[in-house]
Ligand binder design. Structure first.
Ligand SMILES: [Fe+2]
Length: 362
């Protein structure tokens, strides 16, 4: 038995927001647009959204103060603003941070939740959520997860409920054309990690595997051409790969790589994709012990001869090392071990396994 859930209406392709006004108008009279400070203004996405809204006479207000790895305080401020403005729905434009924030903001507009209940529920229906990705990585445009920084818990933590699946998503690869080489690399590796982890996960299903293989087919060939001027057709493949990988983790969630990576982002300031990329080779070595058939399929689809070839490729993209003290490792193990990401990993994961993977980053 398995369940497949993908309730988001997804539009994909260049200029897909043209004519979006009619769908958006169905969601209400006033939108709360949620973005970071700059990129949505620079890459044309914010203008494309407001043009679509205005074409149908839908009013909008803007909250453009979402930081990377948004905090609980920030989403609470945005939700208070949205409520004071009587917003009917929320549109998140940007990378994972603004889209994840938009989902939680929509939830906080209709739910009174303290900082503990925010991550556990129960919840009532949020305001309708619309997402417009401007990076090719997170897949948040088609998932039911909003990741926040929880300073009380000292890590990143997820709000996870089918209620926060976006109702509408507009994935236009041209919005990623101004994304830097580093961010393009980091986000592509994040998307790859979603496809691989979802494919490995104890929660994988025949249908999530179809999307995982599709995502790897589109991401794999570009891992070696992510430098310099990236043409639109490659941007399109990367966004398609990231979105389909998002559809994978919407079914499976992530596994050990993400579970461990959150500590590297929170405590060491590594970007999310880079943290995952550094951990992936060690993770794949574990997977060759328990999931050999699927690992072979991955090398085949991605075009690598084996683990060493894959590790060499990631090391050339992300050459940095991370030096952790034994105290740091002990703390990160404590934070990682109880997570669902560990439970979904098809390996006997214990503290020593996690500690060894962290030590190998040096
Ligand atoms: Fe991720």
């Amino acid at each position: 038995m398995f369940m497949y859930e993908m309730p988001t209406r997804l539009y994909f392709g260049k200029d897909c927001l043209k004519g979006a006004g009619k769908d958006l108008k169905q969601l209400g009279k006033k939108a709360l647009i949620v973005t970071g400070r700059h990129s949505a203004k620079i890459n044309g996405s914010q203008k494309a959204v407001t043009d679509a809204l205005e074409s149908e006479g839908v009013a909008w207000v803007l909250f453009d103060q979402i930081e990377n790895n948004p905090s609980i305080d920030t989403v609470r401020r945005a939700a208070d603003f949205g409520k004071s403005q009587h917003a009917d729905f929320v549109i998140g434009i940007g990378g994972g941070s603004p889209m994840d924030a938009a989902k939680v903001i929509a939830l906080l507009c209709t739910n009174e939740l303290d900082d503990a209940a925010l991550f556990t529920g129960p919840y009532v229906r949020p305001l309708p959520i619309v997402t417009v990705p401007t990076t090719s990585g997170t897949g948040s445009e088609v998932t039911k997860v909003g990741v926040l920084t929880n300073h009380h818990a000292g890590t990143k933590q997820s709000v996870n409920t089918p209620l926060i699946f976006p109702v509408l998503s507009y994935a236009d690869p041209s919005f990623t054309e101004s994304v830097s080489t580093t961010v393009t690399m980091d986000t592509a590796v994040d998307a790859l990690s979603h496809a691989i982890e979802g494919y490995m996960s104890r929660k994988s299903t025949p249908m999530s595997d179809v999307w995982a293989e599709e995502a790897m087919r589109f991401l794999g060939p570009h891992l070696t051409d992510l430098e310099g001027n990236i043409p639109y057709v490659v941007r399109e493949d990367l966004m398609y790969g990231a979105t389909t990988a998002g559809m994978v983790i919407a079914q499976t969630g992530t596994t050990l790589v993400h579970g461990m990576g959150y500590q590297l982002t929170y405590y060491k300031g590594l970007s999310h994709g880079r943290a995952n990329g550094l951990l992936l080779p060690g993770y794949m070595r574990l997977m060759t012990e328990t999931m050999e058939d699927k690992v072979e399929k991955i090398w085949d689809i991605l075009g690598f001869s084996g683990l060493q070839d894959f590790a060499d490729c990631l090391h050339s993209l992300m050459p940095e090392r991370v030096f952790l003290t034994e105290e740091e490792i002990e703390e990160y193990v404590r934070l990682t071990l109880p997570t669902g990401a560990v439970a979904s990993t098809p390996y006997e994961v214990n503290g020593e396994v996690i500690a060894r993977l962290y030590r190998e980053l040096a």
